[in-house]
Design a protein around this ligand. Structure first.
Ligand code: SF4
Length: 611
């Protein structure tokens, strides 16, 4: 094989053993890598119903066939496992040197199972795998952990680690790399913590072999030049995704006060232009010349890396209009290894619960010091409230009760990311049907919807959601390349089949790639249905009641809300277009068409299926 290494590394922490093996070329062609490999491995190896925090769960690090070549934004790694937050499929991607070093060490994916007796660091250097004592690192934040490991193994080593949140099994703990690059928001950090795995360090010395090395080199230079020449490049380098704060405010989709409103009176103070005044540098993922991490000095004069999602969630969503304070909360979250989106969502929920008198604690909107203390309580599971919120907004609302599930903002247990949907039915559908729970990564349809018209609940919207889920959630996540060159700068999609051909020697059109995207999306859906069995129902694809029942009270679109009947009709339209039955379960014929006949057979043992 070219492009792919053709090798997986299986690590069993209970036994302290690691074994490399080859995988079939068919797997590479059918699933590409990254999310595709992760979904396939989890489907094949996990027994339905296992506890995600038990040694039985598999934690997967998977790269794609373009990873570690010198190509635009190709330094991403998918981290995946059964999620302790949702009990369904969970994954996320991280821009990290670990992915480059893992591929150079000779592996396309590493699969970790079992549980070490004491905390360890897994050190993978080419063929050798060491299980090193990490008791001296347990209890440290991710920044200090990584810095100590860099001193030992050099700054070129690829490090993935967890902070205190992962150790304490906070259900939205992430895996962190390079101070602020974090991924796996559905609790991949907790899965790592449950295995007593403090960090993984990769060092590789092999060159990857491309099918057409000369063409690969030329394409690499051409595409990197192409990115630099895009008209929006200079502004992107100034603000990255932060300009979305202004856009979201103008268009009434900026999550505010726990998603009760779409505009925030202090939006200007947390905007991209406000950020520019605090900015000291850019950081980014390896193999990327778009470096979109905006490094600012926070209220403690420490460096924090900002983007749209973390500023919206830790700013407007909790009513905090001071960007330096937002940056400080963001830094704490990165250091503890807490997902910033879920943290902002959970804090917003706690503030509303406090305002409504459902909890004893006084947590005012925009109260920075209280939010700072609560963030620490969550990371350490300290006190009743910290412990409760560490399990996520769904669990918290179940325990608090008294109607709070109405405004517990999640889908399938995963906290919603930073777009309010009172006025955007297609974005609500994207959240409702996303493969990990409410996340914007698969189908970021909100920008298209605002441009083309928000009012309809129609087939065009369903088509667009599916198109984006295929490409963004499917192809990009399997190739493990960043979608920003395409989405933000207009980097042409035609480049990707060319790059894939030069790397692997295999010709694939976008149609072929989209079929892979569909295969992976259906496999992940099958995973969810297999896990939930008889409990699976269409409500799992519906966003929270707040957006259907409470109107916006501010901004140009005040009085708007979603229509539940029309949403349900659009959801059924979506199921039909996907080839799923009226409960959202893939039909046998749909799975067979995608080469998943064996999946249909297995799924049929767990859930009722239609032809
Ligand atoms: S554009 Fe940003 S997120 Fe994407 S690879 Fe570059 S630095 Fe990473």
């Amino acid at each position: 094989m070219f492009g792919w290494n053709g090798k997986l590394l299986h690590v069993n922490l209970t036994k302290g053993k690691a074994v490399a093996d080859k995988y079939e070329a068919e797997m590479a062609k059918n699933y590409l890598g990254g999310r595709g490999f992760a979904a396939k491995i989890l489907w094949d190896t996990l027994r339905a119903g296992i506890d995600p925090l038990s040694p039985d769960n598999r934690l997967i690090f998977a790269a794609g066939p373009l990873t570690a070549f010198s190509l635009p934004s190709s330094g991403k790694l998918v981290v995946a496992a059964k999620s302790p937050l949702t009990w369904g499929y969970g994954d996320g991607n991280i821009g990290t040197l670990a992915t480059v070093q893992m591929r150079r060490a000779g592996y396309d994916a590493v699969i970790v199972e079992g549980r070490a007796k004491d905390p360890i660091v897994l050190f993978i250097r080419d063929e050798s795998v060491d299980f090193l004592d990490a008791r001296n690192l347990w209890g440290l934040g991710s920044f200090e952990t990584e810095s100590r490991l860099a001193q030992l193994y050099g700054h070129g080593a690829g490090v993935l680690c967890i902070g205190q949140a992962g150790e304490n099994l906070v259900k939205y703990a992430v895996i962190v790399s390079q101070e602020g690059r974090a991924g796996g928001r559905a609790g991949m950090g907790a899965v790592m913590g449950s295995k007593n795995l403090k960090a993984v360090v990769f060092l590789g010395s092999n060159e990857l072999s491309a099918a057409y090395p000369k063409e690969m080199k030329e394409l690499g230079s051409e595409t990197l030049r192409e990115v630099l020449a895009k008209p929006n490049y200079a502004f992107w380098k100034r603000q990255g995704t932060m300009s979305t704060i202004e856009w979201s405010q103008e268009n009434s989709v900026l999550p505010t006060h726990n998603y009760s409103e779409g505009v925030f009176e202090k939006a200007e103070a947390i905007s991209g232009f406000a950020m520019e005044k605090l900015k000291v540098s850019n950081r980014g993922c390896p193999q990327c010349n778009m470096t979109c991490g905006n490094v600012v000095k926070d209220s403690y004069r420490k460096e924090s890396e900002l983007d749209y999602e973390n500023v919206a969630m830790l700013g407007s969503n909790i009513g905090l209009g001071n960007l330096k304070s937002v940056a400080a909360l963001n830094r704490f979250a990165d250091d503890y290894g807490l997902d910033t989106i879920s943290l902002g969502n959970v804090l917003g929920f706690a503030m509303e619960a406090s305002e409504k008198g459902l909890i004893d604690e006084k947590i005012p909107w925009g109260g920075f010091k209280v939010a700072e203390g609560l963030t620490k309580d969550i990371a350490y599971r300290r006190g009743h409230l910290g412990n409760l919120l560490a399990d996520g907004v769904y669990s918290a609302s179940e325990e608090i009760g008294r109607g709070s599930s109405h405004w517990a903002m999640h889908v399938k247990g995963l906290e919603i990311s930073a777009y309010d949907c009172h006025t955007t039915p297609a974005m609500a559908l994207a959240y409702g049907t996303c493969s990990i729970g409410a996340h914007h990564k698969d189908a970021w349809v909100v920008s298209w919807e605002v441009k083309t018209g928000r009012k309809g609940y129609n087939a065009a919207k369903v088509e667009k959601v599916i198109e984006l889920q295929r490409m963004r959630g499917g192809v990009f996540e399997c190739l493990t390349v960043c979608r920003f060159p395409w989405i933000e700068l207009g980097f042409e999609l035609e480049w990707y089949p060319k790059l894939l051909h030069a790397a692997t020697g295999i010709e694939m059109s976008w149609e072929d790639l989209n079929t892979i995207g569909d295969r992976v999306f259906n496999l992940i859906r099958a995973f969810w249905v297999r896990e939930f069995g008889k409990k699976w129902n269409t409500e799992m694809d519906v966003p929270p009641a707040r957006w259907f029942e409470e109107r916006l009270t501010k901004g140009p679109l005040k009085r708007t809300k979603l229509d539940r009947t029309k949403y349900d009709e659009m959801l059924q339209m979506y199921y039909r277009r996907r080839g799923w039955d009226e409960r959202g379960v893939p039909r046998r014929t749909t799975l067979a068409k995608l080469g998943l006949r064996d999946v249909a057979q297995d799924l049929g043992r767990h859930a009722k299926m239609s032809e």
